[in-house]
Write a protein that binds this ligand. Structure first.
Ligand code: 8YV
Length: 315
């Protein structure tokens, strides 16, 4: 019997592609010189889409695939997948929660430390001879003991909070509802949260319900000298307002892993020396990417074996 055809939307490591190729005919759209022609050729037979958090799957794409049975996401965030379309068509969608939580929180804290303590600038200070020529680098800003506000206290937000506890920080959060199993202060809106913190970190999921959640009012509510970190989705933040706040130095520093329009991000960010940038890499350790790939493949295997899906999204 022919192997089911699977459309792979974004680059995956060989340790995932090789075992998948044993069971599926893989159609790697990212290798196609002419994407439209490639899709037109293969779409009629595609039975599964494998995609990534930042790539997703549009209704227009899925519409061209009459045999599509499942969308498996290599990532926890499914905001770029048209979930209403999938629900209407009865297509299951799976993601890779939990396995990436701690690494994403690690990078959030890493970006915070790098931005506050100016670690990239410190590195440059040593390399370019400034240390020998000019002496000590300019003073930086403390992290431990500060007030941190977490926008979105889900799995990743909670992992950030656990790290913040270790840094002796006063922890507050905003979200849809107060959570009664945590000792942190709840604020109904990001703006209310922002007014009383030194550091604001965005951990909310992406999608229509959070688009622009961290708006101009939120950024203006931050006290002067605050630090902003984003490890969720660029869409959650009013990026024009963020750039203005950074350019005017109202926000003293930022650590950003996600942006609008990745990877062709607004070049204005690269001109800001007090911003530490990462290329949407928070889950990008070998250990976590192996676990994500395994979970994504487990979901595919379960589907084609008629077994319950390990991590299906419930819209
Ligand atoms: C990406 C992510 O999926 O999990 C998510 O939602 O955004 C990331 O983990 C990852 O970069 C794979 O490309």
């Amino acid at each position: 019997m022919d192997k089911p055809e699977v459309l792979v939307m974004g680059v995956l490591p060989d340790w995932d592609l090789a075992p998948m190729a044993e069971h599926f005919s893989l159609r790697l759209v990212y290798e196609a010189p002419d994407e439209a022609a490639f899709l037109a050729e293969h779409a009629p037979r595609i039975r599964a889409i494998v995609t990534k958090g930042e790539i997703g799957a549009s209704a227009a794409l899925m519409e061209t695939m009459p045999k599509l049975e499942i969308v498996a996401c290599y990532g926890v965030g499914v905001d770029a997948i048209d979930l209403p379309y999938c629900a209407a068509r009865g297509l299951p969608v799976t993601n890779t929660p939990d396995v990436l939580t701690e690494d994403v929180a690690d990078l959030g804290f890493g970006l915070l430390l790098a931005a506050a303590r100016r670690i990239p600038a410190a590195d440059a200070w040593v390399r370019d001879g400034s240390w020998a020529a000019k002496g000590s680098m300019p003073l930086t800003s403390r992290v431990w003991g500060k007030r941190i506000g977490i926008v979105g206290l889900g799995r990743i937000g909670r992992a950030v909070a656990r790290r913040a506890e270790g840094f002796g920080m006063a922890i507050g959060y905003s979200g849809r509802t107060p959570q009664d199993d945590v000792p942190y202060g709840f604020h109904a809106t990001p703006a209310a949260l922002a007014a009383g913190v030194d550091i604001l970190i965005c951990c909310a999921m992406g999608g229509p319900t959070t688009q622009g959640l961290i708006d101009r009012a939120t950024l203006e509510a931050l006290p002067p000298g605050a630090i902003f970190v984003n490890i969720s989705r660029g869409s959650v933040v009013d990026e024009a307002a963020l750039l203005e706040a950074l350019q005017s130095r109202r926000i003293a520093a930022a650590g950003l892993d996600v942006f609008w329009n990745e990877p062709a991000i607004d070049p204005a960010f690269a001109a800001l020396p007090h911003v530490v940038l990462a290329p949407h890499a928070a889950s990008g350790t070998e250990e976590t990417r192996r676990a994500m790939g395994l979970l994504m493949r487990d979901n595919l295997a379960a589907h084609f074996a008629g077994r319950p899906l390990p991590t299906e999204i419930r819209p």
